[in-house]
Design a protein around this ligand. Structure first.
Ligand SMILES: NC(=O)c1ccc[n+]([C@@H]2O[C@H](COP(=O)([O-])OP(=O)(O)OC[C@H]3O[C@@H](n4cnc5c(N)ncnc54)[C@H](OP(=O)(O)O)[C@@H]3O)[C@@H](O)[C@H]2O)c1
Length: 342
């Protein structure tokens, strides 16, 4: 029977929050495999904040998605056809090959990574055992140079990256403070993740609450959001503090203004402090040679119940645009996934 691929391509560049018109759903039929190719049936698609930046016509640390090109994204799935010696039918893979329901690709594509369902649930290879987990792992260890005596603050603390940062810091023995939006997320940060303090940045008493929780100052601020949250944190940093800049989601929808003005970034905030904290932007791909090791350690912590996590799952690849809007507005709770097939 003829197989149809459902894929989202970029149709136009957004201004502000990306509306449905920014993408087009295409349904081409899938060609037979060539030699050394595999066909993957996608089970889950990951929705991540960086996707918004790739929709702009602006080079950051990587090229933007071109108009007409399949929207960027990583998914997990199962090999259902193979003309490859490297992959058998039934193997599970993660593939950074875009918003599509089937992926036909060469078996040596560098965007492919073998995953092992005996280590952790399949979809968690897009969450705590996947890219967001590894981002937390290397950001805290290698960029933040975390040590036991540190007070660690993380923003977007209930999210895919933040939840791993907070719990890893707790495992290391640090004093931990998670910043999140609203009571439900803060309850999760405190009661389920077990951080020492959960602070709601939407509360009127945010600055006071943060400063009370950080009575000995802050040694590491793991930056995920930017904006007013970062300004409040900046006042409490200790001399010698480190600020791994992972992202600044509060500015993503305003990254290109009509007047050509750039939005305020964490570099403006932390770069003007005296003393200036050690701060730099990092990308998880800097540590690619150690991904396997980090994935195994994260999966083991999950198995032992030392890392707990939330997922928000929308059903059907048609929901991918809504999923991205939800992440950019904080409607997601934990890792945002799209269930594409069983
Ligand atoms: N450098 C890298 O290699 C790398 C890799 C992965 C992710 N990242 C970055 O890490 C950060 C977190 O990503 P994630 O995948 O873990 O996402 P996530 O935390 O699971 O979801 C995004 C969260 O950001 C918060 N948020 C949204 N709009 C906000 C705003 N205007 N102000 C403050 N908070 C806002 C919301 O949480 P609340 O409801 O709590 O506000 C939302 O749930 C992002 O900045 C992302 O770009 C970087």
């Amino acid at each position: 029977m003829e197989k149809i691929n459902k894929r989202w391509v970029l149709a136009r560049r957004p201004k502000g929050m990306p509306e449905d018109e920014c993408w087009k759903l295409e349904e081409p039929s899938i060609n037979d495999l060539d030699e050394n190719q595999i066909l993957i049936k996608v089970m889950y698609l990951s929705i991540d904040p960086y996707m918004r930046g790739r929709m702009n016509d602006m080079k950051s640390y990587t090229e933007p998605v071109a108009i007409g090109e399949v929207m960027t994204g990583e998914s997990v799935g199962q090999v259902i056809q193979s003309r490859s010696e490297k992959f058998q039918i039934g193997d599970y893979v993660a593939a950074h090959l875009g918003w599509q329901s089937f992926i036909r690709c060469n078996d040596d594509n560098p965007a492919l990574m073998r995953i092992y369902p005996d280590l952790a649930p399949i979809q968690s290879f897009l969450g705590p055992a996947g890219m967001p987990g590894r981002t937390a792992y290397f950001g805290l260890k290698e960029v933040g140079k975390v040590k036991e005596s540190d007070t660690v603050v993380v923003s977007a603390a209930s999210g895919a990256v933040g939840s791993v940062v907070g719990q890893m810091a707790k495992l290391i023995g640090c004093k931990t403070i998670g910043i999140a939006g609203g009571k439900k997320k803060c309850d999760f940060v405190k009661d389920v993740m077990g951080l020492d303090f959960a602070i709601d940045y939407k509360s009127k008493t945010f600055r006071d609450d943060l400063s009370k929780a950080c009575s000995d100052g802050i040694d590491i601020y793991f930056e995920n959001v930017g904006g007013d949250v970062s300004k409040a944190v900046a006042e409490l940093l200790n001399p010698g503090a480190r600020v791994p800049i992972c992202g600044f989601i509060s500015a993503y929808n305003s990254s290109i203004s009509e007047s050509g003005e750039l939005p305020e970034t964490p570099f403006d905030i932390f770069g003007n402090l005296n003393p200036m904290p050690e701060h730099r932007f990092f990308v998880v791909t800097e540590f690619k040679e150690k991904w396997e090791e980090a994935t195994r350690e994260l999966a083991e912590w999950m198995r032992q119940g030392k890392i707990k996590y939330k997922e928000t799952i929308l059903d059907g690849i048609e929901k991918a645009p809504q999923g991205l809007r939800d992440v950019l507005s904080g409607k997601n709770f934990g890792k945002q996934l799209i269930k594409v097939s069983d």
